[in-house]
Design a protein around this ligand. Structure first.
Ligand code: AMP
Length: 375
């Protein structure tokens, strides 16, 4: 199957080729024709499935067929749970929009940064990507109007609800015109997500992409039984002896992430921490450095790591176990993507052994437990 056969225009085909999108991913094969026909879509898929392009491409094509709204009336609203995802989604829209003959203006707005530049930039925006809280602030000061929206996307809806944005989302939904296209994407169809689904989607095309299982099969998983006080030196030893050049380390708290990062730096290993306590600027910069290869280690917490897309990440290390098996799968899914094999290494303190057994059971895979001496 080709993007051309899905009805993608020649302008966008060029942009796709330029970005090395050779063949449409399964979610794109199903979603693109439906969205072009202005059907509602319910996509059960994770980051990594190609869901962003699955909705961005047909939305851009549909926009070309209509008269674009003006001033502070936006045409398309994409609601996302985190700042990182907002920037990432905007990047996808922006990179494709550059290939089009018409000027389509895209903007990402999110909290944690000053509101004034966002208010000014909203003039003439066609596609707005927003986190719910900041969007409401902008609506309240009349910087944006939602009455001309004709396509709504809720991306990572499950995360949005997990983060407690339900009330904000409901408030926003009430401000939208009733006649519109709705696209809902979520990693899981939880009860909460299903509620929204039933409330807003009209005879949707349901697409289910079983991504996690496939991804996990590509990943070599190992675990080391090690007490908490020995984890720091062991992490450093592992990075040095295995000559790791790019490694994402997970901690369960902001405090721990900073602490691990400091210790690595003191020992001459370049590292940055990324968590909710960091400013937006610091997070973007850390991610940029990590993606560009100028630092070896990125130390992250679960909340922030969700939705971060880094291609071909060779190593993920769980310095501490996540609480839920779902988060474990999500963490290790950062590696072994796009058919490149990756390695996930988990540090298990003796008191967490039982919890790790539960994670393995839920995941349906057994992980070999090694002794720290065997590296
Ligand atoms: P997403 O699930 O939207 O976060 O996309 C995951 C990654 O896959 C992104 O880095 C995209 O650039 C990439 N991608 C999406 N669709 C394709 C495709 N058809 N071919 C190659 N790469 C793709």
């Amino acid at each position: 199957m080709t993007f051309e056969s899905l009805g993608i225009s020649s302008y966008l085909l060029k942009a796709l080729a330029h970005q090395n999108y050779t063949e449409p991913y399964p979610i794109q094969q199903q979603a693109i024709p439906a969205i072009l026909k202005r059907k509602d879509v319910l996509g059960i898929a994770q980051t990594g499935s190609g869901k962003t392009a699955a909705y961005a491409l047909p939305i851009l094509m549909n926009l070309q067929k209509k008269e674009l709204s003006k001033n502070r009336f936006v045409d398309v609203l994409v609601l996302v749970p985190t700042r990182e995802l907002a920037s990432q989604v905007r990047e996808v829209f922006y990179s494709f929009s550059l290939a089009l003959p018409e000027r389509i203006k895209t903007l990402a707005v999110y909290g944690g940064v000053s509101i004034n530049p966002q208010m000014m930039a909203l003039q003439g925006v066609n596609i707005l990507i927003a986190t719910p809280g900041r969007l409401i602030e902008l609506i309240e000061c009349n910087a944006v109007k939602l009455s001309a929206i004709d396509t709504l996307v809720l991306d990572e809806a499950d995360k949005m609800l997990d983060l407690g944005f339900q009330e904000e989302v409901n408030k926003i939904l009430k401000l939208l015109p009733t006649k519109r296209q709705n696209l809902l994407f979520s990693a899981t169809l939880s009860e909460n997500v299903n509620e929204i689904n039933q409330m807003i989607l009209h005879e949707p095309l349901v697409i289910k992409i079983e991504e996690e299982k496939e991804n996990i099969d590509l990943i070599t998983q190992t675990a080391y039984l090690i007490s908490n006080d020995k984890k720091g030196p062991f992490l450093r030893q592992l990075i040095i002896t295995r000559e790791m050049k790019q490694v994402l380390v997970f901690c369960s708290s902001t405090y721990k992430a900073d602490n691990v990062c400091d210790k690595l730096r003191k020992n001459g290993i370049t590292a940055q921490a990324i968590h909710s306590g960091k400013s937006q600027g610091a997070r973007t910069e850390a991610l940029k450095q990590f993606k560009g290869g100028s630092i070896t280690v990125l130390v992250a917490t679960d909340l922030i790591a969700r939705g971060i897309d880094i291609k071909f990440l060779p190593f993920v290390i769980n310095y501490e176990l996540p609480r839920s098996p779902k988060d474990y799968v999500h963490r290790i899914g950062r590696t072994g993507r796009a058919e490149s094999p990756g390695e996930a290494i988990t540090f298990v303190a003796p008191e967490d052994e039982h919890h790790f057994k539960i994670i393995q059971k839920k995941m349906g895979k057994t992980v070999t437990m090694l002794n720290p001496k065997n590296i």
